[in-house]
Design a binder for this molecule. Structure first.
Ligand code: ACM
Length: 800
């Protein structure tokens, strides 16, 4: 995630209520799967599928596999590898024509179907095909696939098209089909030319193997654009030979808190990583073989702290900087000197020499202009350059870089902020703060890639499950991602071709591990792929859900650690604590059928189907699982145990945040231990206050709160004043307990300690007034400006 200025953030909130994840687990009325007539288990759905007469074909290890010419043979080898990797048989490509098997036929070789390492160009920027265009094998990435009793043929006019035909065939033969493929003719081509994923390797760094696995998965979903975010405040990740300090200094930061200290010695433990030019070449070549273009991003003029730390003369202030270990929006901008522009051009020169893509991304986002406004020197430069305000100054820089890129036969793309102050004529806009910027740019005749934060950001959580990793609890469900339409009807028909496509963005502030990266990307990337590829009339979420379990089976064969949470069962309950009874509601977030047991036995497809809330007396343990076609969808059943004691306890993720204007809810992890699993907390960083709705306090004398302390590692530029510090009266502040709307006088207070225990937690006990009784909201908050740390609630327990 990137932090955005609060204005678009609040816009996001209006669209998808922030507090959802803090509600007791959401029980959605999700639609559930419904297979369309004749639908095949393919993702993305092909443009045209025609079931043909006669028997189909069964693909086995002895099926001949033939291809003529180098390009078709390359695809045949890739097909064979993908098929085996996806759980299918291993076919051995045969030389020349072989009767009765699988044939790959390249109908006419073109130069733009394949991009030899370091030289090729991707056929991008050509606009999209009309949504209702008949898919044709002649389209740049299209193919025709025919299956009959005598064999299978895949034909295309380009190697890329043949490759996508191979991806479709590998799906037909796997995911539970056991190689049995019905007689069918598929004519297919993508809707959009830009089907992208952005990966932030600056906030957290991925190994080459991890990136290659992501590229493999992208290609199998027919995604074709990998936007690589290589520079940011927290790290510069690309070797630039002319400026070695960019990586010597700029590729290391000291993580905040315990994560940045050696647990044995307490010595600083830096977090480092960068890609050498040779490694970048390797990634580009690997991607090219998968028909994926790699678009580098060098972010200017903001998100520049790591570069300025390496070369202080690039900055506006004289104060030395370090690559940051905080998240958010920072004031550090590149200065506006001619020497800095030359530096950026020199960097781009090395970028261009490495990356064959038509496009180079120059960022442009979230550059708060405070330093430029306050700098007499920048103001003087603005007068010299004829920029009447700081927006125009930024625009001047972007135009300058655009001219440089044009001179080198490249095109500039930037985040939608590059619209401010005027856009260079040839620039392409990546619309992230919603779709408005993109629509404006398209109306003005610019090409656009849609990647709105509300739908396409993979660091936003996909369910309200407590099993979600750290991230933004603004829900971006699979359904929401799937429903995103890149070409709104409001865009004039003659401008629609300017929408090149869509892109998922994976910012990694909260994504410290490859396991979390996979969790965040999958299965949502499958939804992005379908919108990018399939014609509008083939997009149908319920049908997609019916095709998804086959795709999950392939993911498992690949060893992909996709998110389990959408396939688990959300458990919500209401209780009458004093009567010892609970009412338990179950739902799968996607609407798959739920079966359950309350007798401790394993849940199977024969267990009772959940139809209505269950009434039970405590103690009771509910085992539940979601099923499709008799198969459980998640790796493990969901288990919820209710006891007299559990009804007295709520975790942070079962609580709401408190009402009020300042809301920036995050799901954050502890700063330690340096290695191994860390606790995760739901917290509104602008107002650390948690609310238990309708808590029954009759007979309760004490409230026990297990609280932790984590670093407050955020800067939010102009939004920072929105953070509320309730005044503390004691040396280290206090925990306050209130009832009702969280604003009245406290009913109990506990002094906070100077430090927490060795495990990072402390249990605070608040004595409630004697006459406390009845049901009502209970608010627990922490006072004081605790920065650079903050208190977080882990669990609250009522006691007699
Ligand atoms: C962005 O999320 N700042 C592009």
């Amino acid at each position: 995630m990137r932090f955005t200025s609060l204005a678009p953030l609040l816009l996001c909130l209006a669209i998808a209520p922030l507090a959802r994840a803090a509600d007791a687990p959401a029980i959605d009325n999700a639609p559930g799967p419904l297979l369309r007539d004749g639908s095949l288990p393919l993702i993305p759905a092909p443009a045209h599928v025609q079931r043909t007469q006669g028997a189909g074909f069964t693909l086995t290890a002895s099926t001949p596999l033939s291809a003529q010419g180098d390009a078709a043979r390359r695809v045949a080898a890739q097909f064979s590898a993908l098929l085996a990797r996806s759980g299918g048989p291993t076919l051995v490509p045969s030389v020349g024509k072989a009767a009765g098997g699988v044939r790959f036929v390249l109908e006419s070789v073109t130069t733009n179907g394949r991009h030899p390492p370091g030289t090729g160009r991707h056929p991008s920027g050509t606009g999209r095909q009309p949504p209702d265009a008949p898919a044709a094998a002649t389209a740049t990435e299209g193919y025709t696939l025919e299956v009959g009793p005598s064999g299978i043929s895949v034909r295309a006019a380009t190697e890329a098209g043949l490759f996508y035909g191979a991806a479709t065939l590998a799906q037909l033969a796997t995911g539970g089909s056991d190689g049995h493929i019905p007689a069918v003719r598929i004519e297919d081509a993508p809707r959009f030319s830009w089907r992208g994923l952005m990966l932030d390797s600056a906030r957290h760094f991925q190994s080459l193997d991890e990136i290659k696995q992501v590229l493999d998965a992208m290609a199998a979903h027919k995604l074709n654009t990998f936007h690589w975010h290589l520079t940011d405040d927290q790290g510069w990740r690309m070797e630039i030979k002319r400026y070695p300090k960019l990586t010597e200094v700029g590729s290391c930061r000291i993580p905040a808190g315990d994560g940045g200290r050696d647990p044995a010695t307490g010595a600083p433990r830096p977090y480092c990583g960068f890609y050498t030019q040779q490694q970048i070449r390797d990634v580009i070549a690997y991607a090219a073989a998968l028909h994926i273009q790699v678009i580098p991003e060098i972010d200017v003029p903001g998100h520049a702290t790591a570069a300025i730390a390496a070369y202080p003369e690039l900055g506006v202030l004289d104060t030395p900087l370090q690559p940051l270990s905080e998240w958010g929006v920072f004031p550090n901008l590149f200065n506006t000197e001619e020497s800095t522009f030359t530096f950026l051009e020199n960097v781009l020169e090395e970028v261009i020499a490495l990356f064959p893509s038509t496009y180079v991304h120059v960022g442009g986002d979230e550059a708060v202009k405070d330093q430029w406004i306050a700098s007499a020197r920048v103001q003087q430069r603005m007068r010299e350059l004829g920029a009447s305000d700081e927006m125009q100054m930024q625009s001047h820089l972007i135009k300058r870089l655009e001219t440089f890129l044009e001179q080198h036969d490249r095109r500039l793309i930037g985040w939608d902020e590059i619209l401010e102050g005027g856009l260079p004529p040839q620039a392409t806009v990546m619309s992230w703060r919603g779709t408005e910027g993109g629509l404006k740019a398209a109306s003005e005749g610019h090409d656009v890639v849609m990647s709105p934060v509300t739908d396409m950001y993979m660091d936003y959580l996909q369910t309200s499950s407590p099993n979600e990793p750290p991230g933004r609890p603004l829900l971006t469900t699979l359904a929401r991602t799937y429903a995103f339409e890149p070409v709104p009807a409001t865009l004039a028909a003659d401008k629609q071709h300017h929408i090149l496509g869509l892109q998922a963005n994976m910012f990694t502030e909260h994504t410290r591990s490859y396991a979390r990266l996979q969790h965040n990307l999958f299965p949502r990337l499958a939804a992005v792929a379908e919108t990018g590829w399939s014609p509008v009339q083939q997009r149908d979420f319920r049908d997609f859900l019916a095709r998804l379990p086959a795709q999950l089976q392939r993911y498992r064969a690949w060893g992909l650690a996709y998110a389990q949470t959408p396939f688990e069962v959300a458990v919500a309950h209401q209780d009458d604590r004093r009567a010892g009874s609970v009412q338990v509601s179950l739902a799968n977030p996607l609407g798959y059928e739920v079966r359950y047991r309350t007798d401790g036995q394993p849940v199977t497809a024969a267990s009772p189907l959940y139809q209505a809330p269950l009434q039970a007396r405590v103690p009771v343990t509910v085992h539940a699982a979601a099923f499709f076609n008799g198969q459980p969808l998640a790796a493990a059943p969901s288990v919820a145990a209710f006891t007299a004691q559990s009804l007295l306890t709520r975790r942070d993720d079962e609580l709401l945040t408190c009402p009020g204007p300042g809301q920036l809810l995050l799901r954050l992890e502890d700063d330690g231990p340096a290695d191994g699993p860390r606790a995760v907390f739901n917290v509104n960083i602008f107002n650390p206050c948690w609310r238990w709705t309708d808590a029954d306090l009759t007979g309760i004398g004490t409230l026990k709160v297990r609280a932790g302390r984590i670093p407050y590692y955020f800067q939010l530029a102009h939004d920072e004043p929105q953070r509320r510090f309730e005044a503390a009266t004691r040396a280290h502040g206090e925990m306050k307990i209130r009832r009702g709307d969280c604003s009245g006088p406290a009913m109990a207070e506990v002094a906070l300690p100077a430090s927490v225990g060795a495990d990072g937690f402390v249990t605070l006990e608040a004595t409630l007034p004697k006459q406390t009784t009845g049901k009502g909201d209970l608010c627990i908050s922490f006072t004081g400006d605790t920065r650079p740390a903050m208190w977080v609630l882990d669990e609250v327990t009522l006691a007699r």
